[in-house]
Design a protein around this ligand. Structure first.
Ligand code: PLP
Length: 388
């Protein structure tokens, strides 16, 4: 598969060669444990400091509010479990949305089994959580509200500032999973006024297995991992030095190049949307592409299975996703598409196209040429299409 034909950037991104270059010396030449005493260890520790500064700058945080983790999943778990464990004396009610990534959703389901009370807020037909609805579900015993910034499947961007304001008006902490926004659009923890925010390195051209939890100064969470006091006791374990350095460089590049990415990718995404509309009948557009993530398009192609389209496009060298990328091997229809009110069969016919750095106009035109015959062929074999 040619890299230009990769249309699954919300699932993961290739590591930028400039990121690889910064990481390289720290694999073998400068492999030392940053906590050790000798000068070489000091170099690793200094490189981590620089990375922390770069990451903090990306989200307008202070360096001492950045905690390195193993990825978005761990950051989400640490935020949610860490807060509710720490503040269990104050209450046991958590509010989240029904379209969260499984890293939050399953954590909340686990906590519900442990006796916490969890409210899963519904969303409207585009995917928005209503601040009014949040307000009316707040209770005396609410200790955390966790609502994602942008959804990985449909790209909807939530009104985080308004939602955080509702939580804060009752003195409740607000966490957001910003894995899909950080590095793509400006994410400013002060402007959003969030207490905790998660993001991941491999969505921004950094290495996999690396993430960040932003934790506003003064807020305390119980750790998930116990060990030797790393990351000020919030996340124990010898630092993933290469990963941290890679993420730091990726953060620096994202900040510098974000505007250019949007200028390039929004028209490409819109070209795909128009192209599909012009050539494929009976499709639904999911989410709110104009106001959502500029790199994401989610459509349901009625009467056929998204998985079959993926397989046939894969045969022609195109990589796309259907439903949720992280669990796209699952045959269950996407919980996000069901939550916005899609019928099961339409949710099954969903395609997610998410663009990034290496997509070109030629690749987009190639995809637009490949898709209609695939749809036509699959529909000609579909009993639902024939009996409609
Ligand atoms: N949250 C969202 C919104 C995501 O899209 C993902 C990954 O797809 C995650 C969390 C998990 O991040 P990671 O893969 O770094 O664990």
């Amino acid at each position: 598969m040619e890299i230009n034909n990769y249309f699954d950037y919300n699932a993961t991104t290739p590591v930028d060669p400039r990121v690889v270059d910064e990481m390289k010396p720290f694999f073998s030449e400068n492999f030392h444990n940053p906590s050790s005493f000798y000068s070489k260890a000091g170099e690793a520790s200094y490189a981590i400091k620089i990375a922390r500064e770069r990451v903090a700058k990306l989200i307008n945080a202070n360096e001492d509010e950045i905690f390195f983790t193993s990825g978005g999943t761990e950051s989400d778990n640490l935020a949610v479990q860490g807060i509710v464990s720490r503040f269990k004396e104050k209450g046991n009610h958590i509010i989240t949305s029904s379209i969260e990534h499984p890293a939050v959703l399953k954590t909340c389901e686990f906590l519900a089994k442990q006796g916490y009370e969890v409210t899963f807020l519904p969303v409207d037909e585009k995917g928005y959580v209503s601040p009014e609805e949040l307000k009316s579900s707040m209770k005396e015993n609410t200790i955390l509200v966790t609502i994602m910034h942008a959804n990985n499947e449909i790209g909807i961007i939530q009104p985080i500032k308004e939602l955080a304001k509702v939580a804060h008006s009752k003195g409740v902490y607000f966490h957001t999973d910003a894995v899909q926004t950080t590095g793509k659009i400006p994410v400013d923890v002060k402007a959003l006024d969030v207490d905790l925010l998660s993001f991941s390195s491999h969505k921004i051209y950094g290495p996999k297995g690396m993430g960040v939890l932003y934790k506003k100064k003064g807020i305390k969470v119980d750790p998930l991992l116990f060990g030797g006091g790393h990351e000020k006791g919030v996340r124990a374990g010898t630092e993933n030095v290469t990963g941290i350095i890679g993420l730091g460089k990726a953060a620096e590049l994202a900040l510098a190049e974000m505007d250019g990415e949007e200028k390039k990718l929004r028209p490409l995404r819109d070209r795909i949307k128009k192209g599909i509309f012009d050539t494929v009948p009976e499709i639904l557009v999911n989410g709110d592409p104009e106001n959502g993530l500029y790199n994401t398009l989610n459509v349901s192609i009625k009467y056929i299975e998204g998985e079959s389209i993926l397989a046939m496009l894969d045969g022609q060298g195109f990589a796309l996703s259907s439903g949720s990328a992280c669990s796209s091997k699952s045959l269950e229809p996407s919980h996000v598409l069901l939550a916005i009110g899609l019928k099961h069969e339409d949710a099954h016919g969903s395609l997610r196209i998410s663009l990034g750095k290496y997509n070109t106009e030629e690749a987009v035109d190639g995809l637009l040429k490949a898709l209609p015959p695939v749809v036509e062929r699959l529909r000609s074999m579909s009993p639902f299409w024939q009996s409609k």
